[in-house]
Design a protein around this ligand. Structure first.
Ligand SMILES: [Mn+2]
Length: 372
């Protein structure tokens, strides 16, 4: 817990001397600080100060802000907001991506400089990852090009091993919530596009402010972002009410695949490349489908199996932390959060299915979890 007054004049002096060009924004941010002092639990002084020092050290440098493959709203939001923050303080930052940015998330990028992985020039860059629990989640090309990551900012506190030179890994609802906190406390400028991007990430990773990780502080950060120009309805219109017909047809197929196991305590849905093809859908169209498996009455663990890319991706969800789906995923080399995890395996769904059932039975027995 922190008290801004304890940080003292030195931080303010540092800030004012360094960023006189952002005086207007500073004044606004300082008023935010006063407001935030009322709810001190938001503050994490040590990490905020560390963040500030690291960001300042990148002035004048070329920076790549890297997310994970299959970007979600939290990943894109964090990339956009951090990139804009870096550029505002005098770095030369671009966001980069291995997979194409999903259609519904593109509008949140605005005029943020972007660079496809294939177009990264041979220059020296400082690589920073956001929302990336493991270095390999950046994708093969980036992992090979940048074996050493300068800074790793992530909220997967259970699975992130701290693979970078500097690591800011916290138990937060979203990577965007971490960044919003750092920005507010550090007095960094937050323009409208950044505020919108941060709200997107927080809204997506908290299931629109309803998942267990949602706290009073989450709402407090969101309120501040809305005051800076973020529009919650834009997220509803562009992300949740903007499905392609391909996605809906894919959903039809996914829902008809649902299989109940363990006396209806586990629900498993599946998609193969044929499903995508026949639905006229693309890979990003299945984003969020796993939540249907968990949403059924009585289901303790929901599983989504997808072998459309030549390997099997298994996503697991639970409402009950006792089911520790991250522990389950770990035995297959995966990870995630206690209630949301995933792993990849080189098999197809039919050949892996019996193993999945067997290993789930072992997991439930081992943790003494009732499933019958
Ligand atoms: Mn996230």
């Amino acid at each position: 817990m922190i008290n801004l007054n304890k940080i003292g004049k030195s931080v303010h002096a540092f800030f004012w001397n360094t960023y006189t060009s952002f005086r207007c924004v500073c004044v606004q941010s300082l008023s935010c600080r006063r407001e935030m002092n009322e709810s001190k639990s938001i503050f994490e002084t040590d990490t905020s100060i560390k963040f500030k020092k690291l960001i300042f050290s990148l002035r004048g440098k070329k920076v790549l802000v890297i997310g994970h493959v299959r970007q979600d709203g939290d990943c894109i939001g964090a990339q956009v907001a951090l990139c804009r923050c870096l550029n505002a303080i005098g770095a030369h930052a671009q966001i980069t991506y291995d997979d194409p940015i999903p259609r519904v998330l593109k509008p949140f990028v605005g005029d943020t400089p972007t660079l496809s992985v294939g177009d990264i020039p041979n220059d020296a860059f400082v690589p920073i990852t956001v929302d990336c629990a493991e270095a390999f989640r950046c994708g093969k090309t980036i992992s090979q090009r940048f074996p050493t990551i300068f800074l790793n900012i992530d909220h997967h506190h259970l699975s992130n091993p701290g693979y970078a030179v500097h690591n800011l890994v916290e138990n937060e609802a979203a990577t965007c919530a971490m960044l919003a906190k750092y920005f507010f406390e550090g007095g960094f400028p937050i323009d409208k596009i950044s505020a919108q991007a941060l709200l997107l990430g927080i809204a997506m990773d908290t299931g629109r402010f309803l998942y267990p990780a949602t706290t009073a502080d989450t709402f407090s950060l969101a309120a501040k972002l809305v005051r800076l120009g973020a529009n919650p309805a834009m997220i509803d219109n562009l992300v949740f009410n903007n499905d392609s017909i391909g996605r809906i047809r894919l959903l039809q197929r996914f829902l008809s695949s649902l299989q109940m196991e363990f006396n209806s305590n586990v629900c498993i849905g599946r998609l193969s490349s044929r499903d995508y093809k026949e639905a006229g859908a693309i890979r990003e169209d299945s984003e969020g489908f796993v939540t249907y498996t968990r949403s059924i009455q009585g289901v303790k663990v929901g599983v989504f199996l997808d072998d459309s890319l030549g390997f099997l991706k298994a996503s697991l969800r639970t409402d009950n932390p006792a089911y520790k789906v991250n522990d389950f995923a770990k035995q297959f080399g995966g990870g995630g959060h206690i209630c949301a995890a995933a792993f990849n395996i080189q098999q197809d769904i039919d050949s892996f299915y019996p193993t999945l059932i067997e290993k789930l039975a072992e997991h439930f027995k081992q943790h003494n979890l009732p499933v019958s």
